[in-house]
Design a protein around this ligand. Structure first.
Ligand code: NAD
Length: 375
């Protein structure tokens, strides 16, 4: 069974789908690995690293020749349509796909009879945790956000006693306590900040406290379907803002990570609240990829609003390309272990993890929002 590892083509994408340290594990599954030359370079994983060790890969320059020869194609982002068109009928594609955001891709998968697994569709259930790339990547984004905040803050994070007096610890408020938010709280605390967390799912209170943060209680319970948050009503939004304004204004760094599945990111911080922050305050808006959590956020850019610098970087995991690639590659390996047996493809369409992640199969494409397959 041959797998192809593509070099990513998007400007801000530095990750690579397979790291050299996993080659022996893939060999154990009976898989032969072919890597596009230069695939790991932007994650500082040189071609040579893929040629060493007991199970070296083969390097191939041309992406079309690479995929034409492969049974399984692995990538981080959806490959270009030409590359998909060069795949063998019945071959498997695994990457983040976001089918409804890539014009032409569903048709190309259908016409090419490609079997496609979308990493963003891995079910959020305990058994699938080791395949959950959204979580592995969100954890790294969450880690990175306080570092970005600290770098842009004209003050320090920890309390510091000097010969001429003491400097106070910074206050960091994290809004949205999913995988990224909890890591952000933990990192901010390790940097010496005093931390507070806010979410609309009540179970996050204990989770915030377990990483040393105070929970900001707005009295709202907006737990929705599947344990995710639902959208807040207008009344709930007003109630939350009333409690939160004071906390936002006392914070040195605010990190926002809130998402509601399938929707534009919720607006958590208003322009008036940003304008009322302390001079030199910093907001790191981690929801840039889904529109941002703050009024005035410009996704992909850093802007100043009143006294506050608002950062909204795209694709934060890619800034930590080596570790992000390592975790993503492990997620892929765990998916491959489910669909490959004795060196051959073995799809169990009764398996809820396989079925949940599968978005195209044998000439049919699943509506990304639909739960059943095929439709
Ligand atoms: P996410 O990225 O979808 O959202 C981030 C956070 O924003 C969530 O905690 C959400 O409650 C919060 N949020 C949404 N609207 C908000 C608002 N208006 N105000 C404040 N906060 C708001 O979340 P995620 O990190 O992908 O995880 C969401 C849930 O899924 C969590 O309960 C997490 O523990 C769970 N999860 C389970 C598994 C698993 O069992 N395999 C894996 C990953 C995540």
């Amino acid at each position: 069974l041959k797998i192809a590892v593509l070099k990513e083509t998007k400007d801000d994408e530095r990750r690579v789908a397979i790291v050299p340290s996993l080659l022996p594990k893939l060999a154990k599954l009976g898989i032969e690995v072919q890597v596009q030359s230069g695939a790991g370079l932007r994650a500082r994983l040189p071609d040579d690293a893929y040629l060493q060790g007991p199970s070296p890969a083969t390097l191939i320059d041309d992406p079309k020749a690479l995929v034409a020869d492969a049974d399984i194609v692995l990538a981080i982002q959806a490959p270009g349509l030409d590359t998909v068109a060069a795949m063998k009928p019945g071959a498997v594609l695994v990457s983040f796909l976001y089918l409804n955001k890539v014009p032409g891709l569903p048709e190309r998968l259908r016409d090419g009879k490609i079997t496609a697994f979308a990493m963003e569709a891995v079910p959020r259930i305990s058994r699938a945790q080791s395949l959950d790339a959204l979580s592995s990547q969100a954890a790294l984004s969450g880690y990175y956000a306080p570092l970005l905040g600290a770098l842009h803050l004209p003050r320090i994070m920890p309390m510091m006693t000097t010969a001429v007096g003491s400097l106070r610890a910074a206050k960091v408020l994290v809004m949205g306590l999913g995988v990224a938010g909890l890591q952000a709280l933990a990192t901010a605390r390790r940097l010496g900040a005093v931390t507070e967390g806010y979410d609309v799912r009540p179970e996050t209170r204990e989770q915030a406290q377990s990483v040393g943060a105070k929970f900001v209680d707005t009295g709202i319970d907006a737990t929705g379907e599947g344990g995710y948050a639902r959208e807040l009503t207008v009344e709930e939004q007003a109630k939350a803002a009333e409690v939160l304004t004071q906390h936002i204004q006392q914070a040195d760094v605010v990190i926002t990570t809130a998402n509601v599945p399938g929707r534009q990111a919720p607006r958590l911080v208003s322009r008036a609240q940003i304008e009322g922050m302390k001079p030199g305050a910093v907001i790191v808006d981690l929801a840039a990829d889904s529109g941002g959590n703050c009024e005035g956020t410009v996704p992909g850019q850093t802007v100043e609003i009143g006294p506050t610098v608002v950062l909204a970087p795209f694709n934060v995991p890619s800034l930590l390309a080596q570790h992000a690639s390592e975790l993503y590659a492990k997620n892929l390996l765990n998916l491959l272990a489910l669909i490959v047996q004795d060196g051959a493809l073995a799809l169990d369409l009764e398996d809820e993890v396989v079925l949940g992640t599968l978005v195209a199969y044998d000439g049919t494409v699943r509506d990304p929002d639909a739960r059943s397959f095929p439709v």
